[in-house]
Design a protein around this ligand. Structure first.
Ligand SMILES: Cc1ncc(COP(=O)(O)O)c(C=O)c1O
Length: 410
């Protein structure tokens, strides 16, 4: 019999199995970052004209195999800029998955366009290309593919569908630094891509974002939109379009620059530990890791996502399972709510007179709803930076919770 059996759950006052302090802290803090930030400070160019920002843009474009990168304040605004730079206008429809962070859809509203919610593929939780195809109509102008949890969406199918229908394809790679589909880096497979450097991300400056593209036209527009409407040769107070300041601060570029030296090796560790977890969880009935599409050549593993089947856990509600995992030392969460349902209640529809709530938000998306409302269980990326011996304790924790199911069911 397993040693964990009949032990009291940490949630009920027992000893936790996992030592939370053994999970590597994120973000990392080390001398290379201090030196790099110091060099920004010493330069006394902390904003406009920063060489550090320009260097970051050049290195990030190279890292993502893109011709260009434009560094901005965060991933949300990067999405807005990408949409505007791709000429999305009032009343255009943009297809987005419902199972994503809210910025994917709200940026579309900010660009005066209409988010049309697509369902997801239940095996990967990425946008379902068949659902996308069924939603294309006269007003459709673009599709946003989200690479959820760092796993690339099916870019071959999405690109083919977009090409055939004359649609723009934008990649929300906020969670997918360094990920690849069939050997191609995400972000530069579609017309434009965006990345986030918010605190939890695999490359982070606390806040920050970037737009990448191979198109000269999209790049020039993105540069102007992020810099108060100024094209590279515009005079300071003579912008060529109306826009605001969305530039990345130089200090953020300074925090990010040394991370080019570590991101590849860290992605490899997360990847091999992700595969290890997939294997060892095979014996845990009721926990099924998401599948990895065989065309994914690099999975950035920003999140480790599993499907929870409460029937195999004597009916323990997902929230209770999560509280028990957290008490045992594993920082698990349930993730997103279905975005079409969440925005139905939080959006002030009066502010978006070009949107019909009934038509676009009161829709049924069974796979997104099942993932968000019942099944999904997330571990953050730094769990995948733990030593193998620690990861091997995770099935034991699930077994301990199963054994104690009665104490978690009211
Ligand atoms: C899928 C997705 N899109 C967009 C964003 C927005 O990025 P940011 O938080 O940098 O604004 C995030 C960030 O969490 C995200 O996960």
């Amino acid at each position: 019999m397993n040693a964990s059996r009949k032990q009291k759950l940490a949630l009920n006052g027992g000893q936790p199995i996992f030592d939370r302090t053994s999970i590597p802290q994120w973000p990392k803090y080390h001398s290379d970052i201090i030196k790099s930030v110091d060099s920004v400070l010493k330069s006394r160019v902390w904003g406009v004209g920063s060489d550090h920002k320009a260097q970051f843009e050049e290195e990030f474009a190279r890292f993502q195999d893109s011709k260009y990168a434009v560094a901005v304040a965060n991933g949300s605004i990067a999405l807005y800029i990408a949409l505007k730079a791709c000429d999305i206008k009032l009343g255009d429809e943009v297809i987005v998955p419902s199972y994503t962070f809210q910025a994917t859809a709200i940026s579309v509203l900010l660009a005066n366009a209409i988010p049309v919610f697509s369902d997801i593929d239940p095996s990967t939780y990425n946008i379902c290309y068949e659902s996308v195809e069924s939603l294309i109509g006269d007003k459709t102008k673009a599709v946003i593919a989200v690479h959820l949890g760092g796993q690339p969406a099916n870019m071959s199918k999405l690109k083919e569908i977009c090409n055939r229908n004359g649609l723009i394809l934008i990649e929300d790679a906020a969670q997918a630094h360094g990920a690849e589909w069939k050997g191609k880096k995400v972000g530069s497979i579609g017309d434009a891509g965006i990345f986030s450097f918010q605190s939890s991300k695999n490359m982070t400056a606390g806040e920050g974002g970037t737009i990448v593209t191979n198109s000269d036209v999209i790049y020039e527009k993105a540069v102007a939109i992020h810099d108060c409407g100024r094209k590279p040769k515009s005079r300071k107070y003579e912008p060529e379009i109306s826009s605001l300041n969305f530039r990345m601060p130089a200090i953020s570029a300074g925090i990010l620059l040394p991370q080019f030296k570590t991101i590849k090796a860290e992605t490899e560790i997360r990847s091999s530990n992700g595969v290890l977890l997939d294997e060892i969880l095979d014996s845990t009935n009721g926990i099924v890791p998401l599948e990895v599409d065989p065309s994914v050549t690099v999975h950035a593993r920003h999140l480790y996502i599993m499907k929870y089947d409460k029937k195999q856990f004597s009916g323990i509600p997902r929230d209770k399972l999560i509280s028990a995992l957290v008490a045992e030392g594993i920082p698990a969460s349930a993730g997103y709510k279905p975005l079409h349902q969440q925005l139905s209640t939080t959006l002030e529809f009066d502010s978006y007179p070009w949107i019909s709530k009934e038509k676009y938000f009161d829709v049924k998306l069974p796979e997104s709803e099942a993932a968000a409302n019942q099944e999904a269980l997330w571990f953050p990326q730094n769990i995948l930076l733990c030593a193998e011996e620690l990861l091997k304790m995770i099935p034991e924790i699930f077994e301990k919770i199963k054994e104690n199911a009665a104490s978690l069911i009211n």
